[in-house]
Design a binder for this molecule. Sequence first.
Ligand SMILES: C[S@@+](CC[C@H](N)C(=O)[O-])C[C@H]1O[C@@H](n2cnc3c(N)ncnc32)[C@H](O)[C@@H]1O
Length: 449
Amino acid sequence: MTNPRQVAFIALRDVHKGAYTDVALDRALQRATLLDSDRRLVTELLYGSVRRQRTLDFIIDQLATKKSHQQPTELRTILHLGLYQLRYQERIPASAAVNTTVELAKENGFAGLTGFVNGLLRQYIRSAEASPDFLKLPENPVQRLGILHSFPDWIIQVWLEQLGLAETEKLCEWMNQTPTIDLRINPLRTSIEEVETALKSAGILARRIPNLPQALRLIGNTGSIQQLPGFKDGWWVVQDASAQLVGHLLDPQPGEVIIDACAAPGGKTTHIAELIQDRGTVWAGDRTASRLRKLKENAQRLNLHSIQICTGDSRNLPQFYNTADRVLLDAPCSGLGTLHRHADARWRQTPASVQELSTLQKELLAHTSKFVKAGGVLVYATCTLHPAETEDVITQFLTENTDWQIEPPSPNSLDSCYTTSHGWLKVWPHNQDMDGFFMVRLRKTNVSA
Ligand SMILES: C[S@@+](CC[C@H](N)C(=O)[O-])C[C@H]1O[C@@H](n2cnc3c(N)ncnc32)[C@H](O)[C@@H]1O
């Protein structure tokens, strides 16, 4: 297969049948023979169409007699691809978007409906030219933002309650961007200067990130990550800037025993091992064996030896009670802070799944806090921005465990600029230009309050 739009159609059709977007993309690309530029086009069309699904359906609802969900599923998929190009891909001439979409319809069993496809797309072009905001959006702010920026109402509601209208709109726009790639340099193997020089010689642009001495943000097209200089030598690992803050908040020291209770695939475990200069013990626990295999590969590539793997449910590991100087609980979460990275996550998560996660997070915190020695530290972190998975988890824990208290980062530490008045850190992506994250450092005192 050599037509990128046909490849995008097959992948998007699989997503509409329930496949994960990244899995559908890999599968479709593997079956195709495409130039690098066409592979990028497939990725953009697929991820963009999945993200913008609600807006695209709303356009179909306005322009066609039959609502989007009444259209044959594969025809709806084809219309999404065409409308996505017209609305969001300025580089693609409108005529090319229309003609290729009509072709797709013809090739995929809708030869009798090419007039309908052509007519709908051309009507979209005429309406958008006449007035860029021709969509008749509802007055209700939750629905209006949800349709315009393509999020479910409940997510908009969660953000509106915390941020208000103007900031929520900025956050929505930020979450619809193509995600950036950050590297964390392994100081045990190289220096940030050496990596900068190697990337520059390979024609890759990168910039430093304020407050994070080991971080570089890649700019523009990078091609395959595994082919970048230094990958095989363990010079760096891909890790978003805000995830790098977590290791600094934990502040592990050489010689300590540290338990990373939800560790796989090891982004933070390997950071901890680097921060202790590979001297001490980092227990990497996780209940998913396949993800732990990835962690092992990462540790080997980075040449880190202080990491020990423990497969199992971290709610049930009594052998670790009172053994750790520090514990990291990077808990499973709804990922509302990283929706730009997982195009379909906004459609998969629900208020009910958030409540289930909140229960799991509270159980994990109750158990893993027992791993910490008196006087020790636990950092709770999640890449979500939902209060039920963040503030509520911590507030309940502190109410039930009066021998624990929040220890905010010291004023001149790397994390201090993200600290809230409660002592926990909240990274809002549209303000900080990095993934959304919540993190808090708790210290176990010797006495109950
Ligand atoms: C947010 S991810 C961890 C990411 C990792 N810390 C990193 O930086 O690469 C959450 C992890 O928790 C694991 N997990 C979920 N429930 C668990 C449980 N009850 N016990 C142990 N691990 C669990 C999942 O398998 C997943 O790998």
